[in-house]
Design a protein around this ligand. Structure first.
Ligand SMILES: *Cc1c(COP(=O)(O)O)cnc(C)c1O
Length: 393
């Protein structure tokens, strides 16, 4: 028997790794100091813990420690990167290039800047969600100041040609921001290889606590500046004021340390489980289509359309399995996935799309149970579908 419910929604958030929790606990109790208190041991100990975590995170993305800025999460990191850089470099130009399949934290931020007079250029994506780097080259002009393209997509798992995008931006002297939230801990990240100037990260997508994020800000070649979005006290080199969330920062550091040690084997394990899930479903059901790129995708992501099977109906019949559908992907609103729309999925297939996000704590038994349930319930739903019966005659 598998334990129920089964969590397969790891792109939304991940459970806290018990090792991360353990690392955090002393910082809620005995080591409670303010990391900005310079005059006593309580402060020094907290500061030491923060700097230790900062070093671990810097190490994993090959950054310098002074390039790691702690924020309240990747939403804030995306805001700080895009608004902060746009405001700072406004005298150089007002055009920002991004992609329609970005996370809302990027899209809504760009929209806010558009209202303030910035021009937002959206690159096209192909049926896999990939951008065309030739279109990027052509889109860059004298007024362009920033390009923002996510490393890996949170719905379809597609991994963009980040290195190439970074190279193009570098050649043209344009800043490059990437939201690497979903990629961190899954694929190697190296800010120098990737030619990235600004990178957003979040702890709760990699088995750390919620409410803590990082913005990597390149300090040399070039020294990138952003206008702070939160003032007061001058913490984090003035980029982000506010008393540091020491327990969460310690947890984020631990989460990164675990990822550094285990990413290679874990990603391979996830890939095998993910392929088992896909093969299990697609060999027992006809008309199953993969959304996103078959190879250039995150190892833990499976997004499929099961034609003639309404995703929300499917999810209703297997409430013990936590997945998400193409129509309820943004937390606050129930609307068809703009990512699936952008890759050209028909409304019919869009309604039949489900996302499985595998994670560190999933087991083969859970995957087998999920295959069995999805196949059984999908067949039942199809039995009631006149369109399916006509198609199969
Ligand atoms: C979850 C997520 C965010 C937002 O991160 P928070 O830390 O929850 O604010 C941003 N971008 C991507 C790609 C995400 O998956």
């Amino acid at each position: 028997m598998v334990r129920s419910p089964i969590y397969l929604d790891n792109h939304s958030t991940t459970p806290l790794d018990p090792r991360v929790l353990e690392s955090m606990l002393p910082y809620f109790t005995s080591i409670f100091g303010n990391a900005a208190s310079k005059s006593h041991e309580f402060g020094w100990k907290a500061e030491q813990a923060v700097e230790n975590a900062r070093a671990k995170i810097a190490h994993l993305i090959k950054a310098d420690t002074n390039e790691i800025i702690f924020t309240s999460g990747a939403t804030e990191s995306d805001n700080l990167a895009i608004k902060g850089a746009s405001e700072y470099y406004r005298t150089k130009g007002n055009k920002i290039i991004t992609v329609p399949t970005e996370h809302k934290a990027v899209l809504d931020t760009c929209e806010a800047l558009q209202r303030k007079g910035f021009e937002i250029k959206f690159l096209n994506v192909d049926r896999y969600g990939l951008i065309d780097t030739e279109e990027l080259k052509k889109s860059i002009d004298d007024s362009t100041i920033l390009v923002s393209v996510m490393t890996a997509n949170n719905e379809i798992g597609t991994i963009q040609p980040i290195k190439e995008i970074g190279r193009i931006c570098k050649e043209r002297g344009i800043l490059f921001h990437t939201d690497a939230v979903q990629a961190a801990g899954k694929i190697p990240l190296n800010v120098n290889d990737m030619n990235v100037d600004l990178m957003s990260l979040s702890a709760h997508k990699m088995y750390g606590p919620k409410g803590i994020g990082v913005l990597y800000i390149r300090s040399k070649k070039p020294a990138v500046r952003v206008v702070p979005q939160i003032d007061g006290g001058g913490h984090e080199r003035g980029f982000r004021s506010g008393t540091l969330n020491v327990p969460s920062i310690v947890g984020f550091g631990k989460a990164f340390e675990i990822a550094a040690n285990e990413m290679e084997s874990e990603s391979e394990k996830l890939r095998i489980m993910r392929d088992r899930l896909y093969n299990g479903i697609s060999t027992q059901l006809d008309h199953v289509y993969l959304n996103g790129h078959p190879e250039l995708r995150l190892p833990n992501n499976l997004n499929i359309a099961i034609e003639y099977v309404d995703a929300d109906s499917l999810m209703m019949t297997m409430k013990e399995i936590a997945i998400s559908s193409g129509s309820a992907c943004t937390s606050a609103s129930v609307e068809p996935s703009f990512v699936l729309k952008a890759i050209g999925l028909s409304d019919d297939l869009l309604r039949c799309s489900v996302r499985f996000g595998l994670g560190r704590f999933n087991t083969d038994e859970e995957i087998d149970y999920t295959i069995k349930k999805v196949v059984e319930k999908a067949k039942k739903i199809r039995e009631l579908s006149p369109a399916y019966r006509v198609r199969m005659q």
